[in-house]
Design a protein around this ligand. Structure first.
Ligand SMILES: Nc1ncnc2c1ncn2[C@@H]1O[C@H](COP(=O)(O)OP(=O)(O)OP(=O)(O)O)[C@@H](O)[C@H]1O
Ligand SMILES: [Mg+2]
Length: 330
């Protein structure tokens, strides 16, 4: 937290000058805290209803932890909090509910599965340990992944602090067992399933992530092993609105650089964008603004950057992810 030392009131610049200097110092302090663009520019607050004026003062600072770093996706945060975080933190409550020990995050690429896993560990105060299964699977090191799994769980069990074990690209390992060609792969699946089943004491949470939930072996992810399955979808209009506003503010040192933007229109033209696409679009906007020596963003500029940004998903893929629930059996 930054402390602002106010200039003494007997200073030569007393009166309006002093006020201005204090305002500037507060702006500088807000910027240092990652809150730039807020609070002191009245024009930002007065503009029309579909403009950036509705950006709420963010809770985020560069020191912030946990879900505060995730823009939007309030429904996903609510589900995780209800089914996992609250049951784990219920020591002082008269109620008891067994928390989920395994969680699956599924959904399109670039929409925050890894970010949610990292932030969940922070929310819980757990260690974060990632198992990169995808790269070693089916290689000549037949038992390597299996050994890695055992080692990861052993390390987690020995650790004084509870651990979140994150397994990315889970479909590359836990795909339908009927498809399994490779003896080593079967061993990996069995090792992981044993670890999941014996993980009873709540000190280890396993989070799996996949872009292809329909490929997962149902036995491996049945309740009792992976109790909670949460879709992290393409950002809906509400989340796109929050993302756009927050990302724009993050990139503007002064609130005056934001301009009077029609966020509603931006939300419409970014339909089908992943979060990574929206991040890239805002980066493109800033690149263009720097190239043209602009001092303020405007709608045309953002629209231009939007059209320049390649969407990562095709129409079919967007359709697939929008209908995802109908492709999966859990
Ligand atoms: N809601 C969000 N708010 C802020 N930043 C986000 C959000 N979601 C994702 N990001 C950022 O977007 C990028 C992509 O997110 P992430 O890597 O977590 O996606 P993913 O779903 O794990 O992708 P993949 O399937 O490719 O592994 C990261 O830089 C991440 O920090
Ligand atoms: Mg990821």
């Amino acid at each position: 937290m930054t402390v602002v030392d106010l200039p003494p009131s007997g200073d030569p610049g007393d009166g309006h000058g002093r006020q201005e200097r204090i305002k500037k110092m507060i702006q500088d302090a807000l910027r240092d805290e990652g809150l730039a663009g807020f609070g002191t520019d009245d024009s930002l607050l007065e503009s029309g209803s579909a403009t950036v004026k509705e950006i709420a003062r963010p809770q985020k600072s560069k020191h912030s932890k946990g879900f505060q770093q995730i823009y939007g996706y309030e429904n996903v945060k609510r589900q995780i909090t209800r089914h996992l975080i609250n049951p784990l933190k219920c020591q002082d409550s008269p109620f008891f509910q067994e928390p989920a020990r395994g969680v699956l995050f599924y959904g399109p690429p670039g929409c925050g599965k890894t970010l949610f896993a990292e932030c969940l560990a922070e929310e819980l105060g757990f260690n974060f340990q990632q198992l990169a299964i995808g790269q070693t699977i089916g290689t000549k090191w037949m038992h390597e992944t299996s050994n890695n799994i055992t080692t990861a769980f052993e390390t987690a069990r020995r650790s004084r602090k509870p651990t979140l074990v994150f397994i990315d690209e889970a479909d590359s390992m836990l795909n339908h067992r009927g498809d399994v060609q490779h003896e080593g792969k079967l061993e990996e699946i069995n090792t992981l399933m044993q670890e999941l089943s014996s993980n009873q004491n709540g000190n280890i949470i396993v989070v799996l992530a996949t872009n292809h939930p329909e490929k997962l072996d149902q036995t491996a992810i049945r309740s009792g092993r992976i109790d909670l399955k949460i879709q992290i979808p393409l950002p809906d209009p509400e989340t796109r609105d929050t993302l756009l506003r927050r990302l724009i503010v993050d990139r503007c040192k002064e609130s005056s650089a934001i301009g009077n933007l029609d966020v509603k229109h931006l939300v419409n033209i970014t339909e089908g964008f992943t979060v990574s696409d929206i991040v890239a679009m805002i980066q493109n906007t800033i690149h263009i603004a720097l190239e043209r020596n602009l001092i303020q963003l405007n709608d045309d500029l953002l629209q231009e950057a939007c059209f320049e940004t390649r969407r990562s998903l095709t129409e079919e893929q967007i359709q697939y992810y929008n209908d995802l629930e109908s492709h999966i059996a859990f």
